[in-house]
Design a binder for this molecule. Sequence first.
Ligand code: UGA
Length: 438
Amino acid sequence: MTVNLSVIGTNYLGSTHAAGMAEFGHQVIGVDIDPERVHTLNSGRSHIYEVGLEQLLETHTSSGRLRFTLDYAEIADWADVHFLSLGTPSGPGGAADLSQLYAAIDSLAPLLTKPALIVGKSTVPVGTALKLEQRIRDLAPAGDQIEVAWNPEFLREAFAVEDTLRPDRLVFGFQSEWALDLLEQIYAIPISDNTPVVHCDIATAELIKVAANAFLATKISFINAMSQMCQVAGGDVTLLADALGYDTRIGREFLNAGLGFGGGCLPKDIRALAVRADELGVHVLSDFIRSVEAINAGQRTELADLAIDQAGGDVHGKRIAVLGAAFKPGTDDTRNSPALTVADHLHARGADVRIYDPQARLPPREGFTQVASVDQAALGAVIVLHLTEWPEFRYLNPEHLGQLVKEKIIIDGRLKLHAPTWEQAGWKVVQIGRATTL
Ligand code: UGA
């Protein structure tokens, strides 16, 4: 059955969710406070680089199922369900900054005069949903006829459309049969495809999301800690990860060692979890999370130090080529990008940093020159750093690059280059997590 629904907040999560819901057959209005973004989305274009998103936006802005607005009055009594897809960035001390959520509620609630389900998709500290519900009920003419449910989102950037249309699980945190029924109507297509659905209370739904991101971060930091062991003891962390991965209880995914995790989600979500755990007195969890964070931060420093060592102890005035600026391949997102932390570090030590990324466009910033090709980055470089594993970097021609650089040294921060091929072309290959770096 078609549901009229609004999606409030149209960044990575919201724009993909809105387009995905239209693809499921619903009537969707996306709301945002950014006029330029609303204009772009209404013309069927995407403001972010995400495979398949633009096609979906184009299809459904044309089919009439999807449009975007700046005006809450257009959605208030039109929609039966309002999704909250707003950002919850890191606030002071690492706690989640919920101001976007509260601002949206304060705009919407006073306009709600009939029963509606508000469904949270944003990642929030446990306890937030019920506080939001109270605030909405206080502000809305419809009062207690407004109910909150929580339906966290697990989409990955670079696979956002795929993850939205074919999720690996759905989590429904709800309080009444009415809410469950609406959620089941909205997700009728994936449910009919046998997608597992977890029915739970709201607190569990809020916690499932942060626990998922914390567990992914833990896997990455664990393998990075093992990579340090490998370096010292002479082992190979990639082979170690492969062997662990054959154990289906462990699994191979998220065991790629290297520069560690970045992006707009994992780092800020685990920090907020640690803060919330402290607030609730669960120090065993906050201590655990903080060591995951510390390992992650250490990988970035270690790579920068490795570059300085390989440059003879001083990078001042030396050109360094950085391959990759996005926090991972397949996206143009540079939020909390490990590659940029390394570049910043080297710039602070006086290096002349040249960055190339196939998609990410950096705003002009002091000390970085963003260039349009790998060749331009490599020209005259004393070290090449492979920091974001775009597939095209795997197939670079070391012979050709060797003619452009000043010194044939490459540091593989993602353990994805085929070292023997580079070595045959006369390069010194340094891979973190492999004993060759000794
Ligand atoms: C992450 C989660 O994977 C999603 O499930 C979740 O919905 C999303 O956050 C969110 O909360 O919105 P995303 O931020 O797109 O998705 O990025 P990931 O694919 O998780 O990668 C995170 C970082 O970990 C990247 O910097 C990546 O390079 C790094 N990584 C990943 C590793 O260093 N090693 C690995 O083995 C895997």
